[in-house]
Design a protein around this ligand. Structure first.
Ligand SMILES: [Zn+2]
Length: 360
């Protein structure tokens, strides 16, 4: 066997199915051992609050069928990973996505497993998946104390501390979107108020702007209004940025982060969003460590989701499984939808901390 043939063989043997379930859509794709999406394998179906329990399941199974139909001849599917909006019950593979009311304690892992007899299926919070993706092949490479954030329909997140994922006993650690921000009382879908998601998600920013007299309907329209200098849109972006900055400052004070990777569609609403995030964090003038973590553009929104596949329960040591050679028993695949941000898109802040001032 030539080396070239061996490489093709090796790639074929390490294909995984990635499933990304969110409040707007479910996407599926095949991913190879390098974390790259295999062209032509990506499909999507809508989800959303209007769908019934059965319709949501149909969206998932249809998208998976479409992707599986593209599995290369002779290739073996090593596993499937599901990254889903939370909250979840990790042990039982149940999901209760906050923005998808028809599913409460829904057995999403079993739904997917029923389509894939004999294939191991793993389910994790999407925020943790994207943080792993950034740690493996994205903005957080080389850092072992990382928070990933997805600013989109909701605000999700995940934590890697001392090189280990932090998922908690139920799999729900990293819900940064439900950290409360002082000075705000926006009601939140979780039942609380003043959560950063209630203030700064795309739909909630749009809602706030509309209440101030702006007449658009989408995050894209808010972005366009911001570019044209609409005063309400400018204030909406500042408000969202400040709320996110407060949440990051609080998280950093708690767990001493090196880097925060921020992605998701609404994180692209305006470049100034990051200016407001930086400025808010910098207000903690005496906490150099809390000002030092770098904010970088994360993968999500460009690389939509990382999904995890392995044959057994996965908790500590997951990162080692990623960093080490791919094995038949334990592998981690990342679903890459587009391309990683080029380095110039990375978002860094100047800091008084020498280590954190290193070039990203
Ligand atoms: Zn909340």
């Amino acid at each position: 066997m030539s080396i070239g043939t061996f490489r093709r063989y090796a790639v074929l043997m390490t294909i995984a199915l990635a499933v990304d379930f969110g409040g707007t859509k479910v996407e599926t794709a095949l991913v190879d051992h390098t974390g790259s999406l295999i062209p032509g394998t990506r499909f999507r179906q809508t989800t959303g609050p209007q769908k019934t329990e059965t319709e949501l399941a149909q969206s998932v199974t249809t998208s998976i069928e479409q992707t599986l139909a593209t599995l290369p001849a002779g290739a073996e599917l090593l596993g499937a990973g599901i990254g889903t909006a939370g909250p979840i019950n990790e042990a039982d593979g149940l999901v209760s996505p906050l923005n998808v009311q028809a599913w409460r304690a829904y057995p999403l892992r079993d739904l997917v497993a029923a389509q894939l007899p004999g294939v191991p299926v793993t389910l994790r919070m999407d925020g943790l998946c994207i943080t792993l993706a950034d740690h493996w092949v994205g903005a957080a490479r080389g850092y072992n104390n990382v928070m990933g954030m997805v600013v989109s329909t909701g605000i999700g997140g995940g934590l890697i501390l001392h090189g280990n994922t932090v998922s908690g006993p139920t799999g729900n650690a990293g819900h940064i979107g439900h950290v409360e921000v002082a000075g705000f009382d926006d009601p939140c879908a979780c039942g609380g108020s003043g959560c950063v998601e209630a203030i700064a998600s795309g739909p909630n920013s749009v809602k706030w702007a509309r209440n101030q007299g702006w007449d658009g309907n989408t995050g894209e329209e808010l972005s366009a209004s911001h570019r044209s200098g609409d005063p309400v849109a400018v204030r909406a972006v500042e408000r969202a940025g400040r709320a996110i900055g407060h949440a990051i400052a609080s998280a950093t004070a708690l767990v001493d982060l090196e880097l925060v990777a921020i992605g998701g569609g609404f994180s692209h609403v305006a470049p100034e969003l990051f200016d407001h995030i930086r400025a808010t964090i910098a207000e903690r003038t005496e906490f150099t460590f809390a000002r030092s973590p770098r904010r970088r553009r994360g993968l999500s929104g460009h690389w939509r989701a990382a999904s995890l596949a392995n044959s057994s329960s996965m908790n500590f040591g997951l990162l080692k499984a990623i960093a080490g050679p791919i094995q038949a028993a334990v592998t981690t695949m990342i679903m890459t939808i587009e391309t990683v941000h080029p380095p110039e898109m990375s978002c860094r802040i100047p800091t008084s901390s020498g280590t954190a001032a290193a070039t990203a």
